[in-house]
Design a protein around this ligand. Sequence first.
Ligand SMILES: Cc1ncc(COP(=O)(O)O)c(C=O)c1O
Length: 405
Amino acid sequence: MDTAAIRSDFPILHQTVNGKPLAYLDSAATAQKPRQVLDALNQYYLHDNANVHRAVHALGERATLAYEGARAKTARFIGAPHARQIVFTRNTTEAVNLVAYSWTDRLTPDDEILITPMEHHSNMVPWQQTALRQGCRLRYMPLRPDGNIDMQKLPEYLSPRTKLVALTHVSNVLGVTNPVAEITALAHQVGARVLIDGAQGVPHFKVDVTAIDCDFYVFSGHKMCAPTGIGVLYGKLEALEELTPFLYGGEMIATVSLEASTWKELPWRLEAGTPNISGAIGLGAAVDYLESIGMDAIKAHGDALTAYALEVLSAMPGVTIYGPLTGRTGLVTFNLADIHPHDVSTVLDQEGVAIRAGHHCCQPLMRWLDVPATVRASFYLYNTAAEVDMLAQALERTREFFGAR
Ligand SMILES: Cc1ncc(COP(=O)(O)O)c(C=O)c1O
């Protein structure tokens, strides 16, 4: 992979911060956008802007073609058999909530939802609320000490009471990639539906929802070089058919009378109101961009950088790494001696290094790790080994500054 050529596609990376060259190591929070995606947004707003699905004029047709074209590209990108299986949302969080509101009316107090303690709050709080609303039980899969799901104990947590299993494809703290196909097969044996949170998966490797066989798969555009404000709910057609619309109004109806209304077919019945047209077009451009580089090359680059960062950081005095030391996708989570992660982040920022400090929207996982917060460095296709070295040097200076050992 030609990282120098890739970096030239990202104007934002070529700046100094506090007088130092920027090392942007926070792509797990949001990825930077290449010129190709920005050009697609400009093309739409400068030449094609119109509302979709309704207008019978040239601009309306172009906008509709571009919007629906983005849906088809997104479907192909994740191995969905049909574009109708892609519902555009604002982000992962909204996609999870759409299922949590629209599918879970059927749950009764005898039923169980099974998730993991490593979920992002976005894939935990909606299920807590669902359990409260429906009076059903929320259970958590067991984790091994290294942070991987304990697959030997998992069958004890699955029974005909289990109606929904929801878990992340890749943990945004531990970096582990969960065996989602294996867990989906086990969940299907007891008749449960399965939702996978792919927010940290789709940006980094080729995802094939058909091979995983999950019922729902959700992700955000902004973590894969697309604009903010566009996300995806993929579903098997029979699973999406079970969703009762959650928002009602324009765009989602087939007929309306004073007494009653009927709905459009999928996926439009789940996309009420004027959608994020430019966001979807930007997502389509991001898919084109990632595919032009190749998801296998992106994965190999991310794996190599993560392995290098693990090697460098684990050799540094005072660094504690959380999660397994191998098989991680795109990020390293750690603490430096007893220096608060926010202080580490502040000193690193002075050195031009942008990382994330805090609970990473995973407070229960922080409790499981027995820390209030951590530092997280995350990598994407435009990052380099030199930036990992910048991180290590900046950490060394942080340690000296705080007199830590
Ligand atoms: C694993 C995981 N799930 C869900 C989310 C939520 O994504 P969004 O804020 O785009 O809805 C994130 C974002 O950090 C994440 O890392």
